[in-house]
Design a protein around this ligand. Structure first.
Ligand SMILES: Cc1cc2nc3c(=O)[nH]c(=O)nc-3n(C[C@H](O)[C@H](O)[C@H](O)COP(=O)(O)O)c2cc1C
Length: 180
């Protein structure tokens, strides 16, 4: 059975570009075929800001628990990543641990790279392994055609390297990380 790659759409903004970016990446991962990709759209999950738990948190926790590796699809907002993504990361604890994570970012001229550098600090505290290669889309509104495809060769190459690294880490970890 193929390991499960959880792709999280981090943006919940009205009129967001995030789903276009995420769908493109899922097509790359599916074409590669070594992972089974599953998408979680944070716009569909209700997470309380006070971290008091509830059905949305239970749903997210089960979903995270079932995945072997993750890709966070994130925009850059004011040189950081969106609050929706931080809330999701903070709402789950043990189930993130010991799992690899990669990043697909997008934005203006910097392509979301500042959001990713911040995320790397956060996922380290969650005891995740962030992989080296990432995908970034500068000037995201011009990066995709009407079919949601891109001719950005660096992004296509980066996606493949990231998938290779996520697979290596998810196999290398071997055993689930002991909770606690
Ligand atoms: C509140 C806000 C702040 C933004 N700040 C940045 C920024 O600091 N750097 C950047 O490259 N793009 C910035 N942008 C542009 C976004 O990256 C771009 O609009 C992107 O499409 C947002 O992702 P979304 O459409 O999935 O919400 C900002 C957009 C918003 C809404």
């Amino acid at each position: 059975m193929a390991p499960l790659l959880g792709v999280i759409i981090g943006s919940v903004r009205t009129g967001r570009v995030g789903p276009t970016v995420a769908r493109w990446f899922v097509r790359r991962a599916s074409a590669d075929g070594r992972f089974e990709a599953r998408v979680l759209d944070l716009a569909d999950v209700v997470l309380p800001m006070d971290l008091s738990g509830g059905p949305g948190v239970d749903e997210l926790t089960r979903w995270v628990d079932g995945c072997d590796a993750f890709v966070l699809v994130t925009p850059e907002y004011n040189h950081g990543y969106p609050a929706s993504l931080k809330l999701a990361l903070d709402s789950v604890k043990l189930e993130w641990r010991g799992k690899p994570v990669g990043f697909v970012s997008y934005g203006g001229t910097a392509g979301g790279v500042r959001a990713v550098e911040q995320l790397r600090q956060v996922v380290a505290e969650l005891h995740m392994a962030s992989v080296r290669d990432a995908v970034l889309f500068p000037r995201v509104k011009k990066a995709f055609d009407a079919h949601g495809e891109t001719s950005d060769g660096a992004a296509i190459d980066g996606a493949q390297r990231m998938i290779d690294q996520l697979l290596w880490w998810s196999e290398g970890a071997g055993q689930p990380y002991p909770h606690g």
